[in-house]
Ligand binder design. Structure first.
Ligand SMILES: C[C@@](O)(CCOP(=O)(O)OP(=O)(O)O)CC(=O)O
Ligand SMILES: [Mg+2]
Length: 323
């Protein structure tokens, strides 16, 4: 088995990178998944949390009719042809007047594969804060507010949790810096690092079709997978090779994100850490049996890789993916 290829791929994914997606090991039943098109069958949103050293948050005042005058974090829908970071920088410039750089992803939120929001901790790198004199259709103004006393009304209270995430990350970074890797992708899909651990040994699920690889599952844009969220695509792949009723499956979170946006490659690949364990607390020191020939359990023996993976698992050192 070409484990040096697997070792390299796993090391890359743990470092927030990863190979480009060549094919999928699981896809929704029926016709092949349609390529995603931004603003047609998928909507991606970028959102920036700026938290100053004085514990102040940058907020913008909305100019949209439906939420006029309310306050929110700089955020907006991505446009075709731009990368995720370009969209973030465009939205922050339009709504707050500032140039910025992303520090790390803080959270990925999804309402099914056709609506995904990328939440970043960001830092200003220049520009002039937008005042009410520069009010336009993008926003009325931007201002810094103490995290302990944000202005009202807020457009939505979902940002309070995001500001908290930023403060926690600033206090103690629970995961390494994770930023989008600019790689083209045609689908909304998830590359899985599915692990089984017993004592200090860790196994990873590997796809065998083609060269051995970390499995990729395509997300469907049909109503069932929309309603169930992106975890449906993960459970679909696992059901194809494992008997899930005696297992506990936990989706830990994001190790990395791949997207380019250029030349209509509007897809995204989320690299996701998943754990599988037996429901019964009995001593199970071998991974669950795999049905069929399309997958196998690869025991990670390379010491450094094994300890990296165990550390990420023990510390849940990933970016949360929330519905
Ligand atoms: C969609 C939001 O996350 C906010 C960002 O979208 P905007 O309504 O601010 O879009 P732009 O006009 O592009 O700035 C809110 C939501 O309900 O999802
Ligand atoms: Mg906006």
């Amino acid at each position: 088995m070409a484990s040096e290829g697997l070792t390299g791929a796993l090391a890359a994914v743990l470092a927030g990178q990863g190979p480009s997606v060549q094919s999928c090991d699981s896809a929704p039943a029926g016709e092949p998944p349609v390529p995603v098109r931004l603003r047609k069958n998928v909507c991606y949103v970028v959102l920036a949390v700026f938290l100053s050293e004085q514990d102040e948050v940058l907020l913008i005042q909305e100019a949209k009719r439906e939420c006029w005058g309310s306050w929110y974090l700089p955020a907006g829908r991505m446009e075709p042809g731009e990368t995720i970071v370009e969209a973030l920088q465009r939205e922050v410039k339009e709504e707050a007047g500032l140039h910025c750089e992303p520090e790390t992803l803080l959270s990925v939120e999804e309402r099914g594969p056709s609506w995904v929001r990328f939440v970043f901790l960001a830092r200003p790198t220049g520009g002039i804060l937008k005042t009410s004199k520069e009010a336009d259709a993008e926003s009325l103004q931007a201002a810094w507010y103490p995290r302990s006393s944000l202005p009202t009304p807020l457009r939505a209270h979902d940002i309070l949790h995001l500001v908290e995430l930023a403060a926690q990350y600033r206090q103690q970074a629970r995961h390494p810096v994770i930023l989008p890797q600019e790689l083209p992708c045609d689908l909304v899909c998830q590359r899985l690092v599915v692990t089984f651990t017993s004592a200090q040994t860790v196994w990873v699920l590997v796809g065998t079709v083609g060269i051995p690889h970390l499995p990729v599952t395509a997300c469907g844009l049909d109503p069932v997978e929309q309603r169930g969220g992106m975890k449906m695509a993960i459970l679909r792949l696992l059901q194809e090779c494992l008997t899930l009723h005696h297992l506990v499956v936990e989706i830990k979170g994001l190790l990395g994100l791949q997207h380019l946006g250029r030349d209509h490659s509007d897809g995204i690949c989320l690299n996701v850490l998943v754990t599988v364990a037996f429901r019964s607390p009995g001593i199970q020191d071998e991974p669950p049996k795999i049905r069929g020939e399309n997958f196998f359990w690869w025991k990670v023996t390379e010491e450094d890789l094994q300890s990296q993976l165990l550390k990420r698992l023990q510390g849940s050192s990933v970016v949360p993916v929330n519905r």
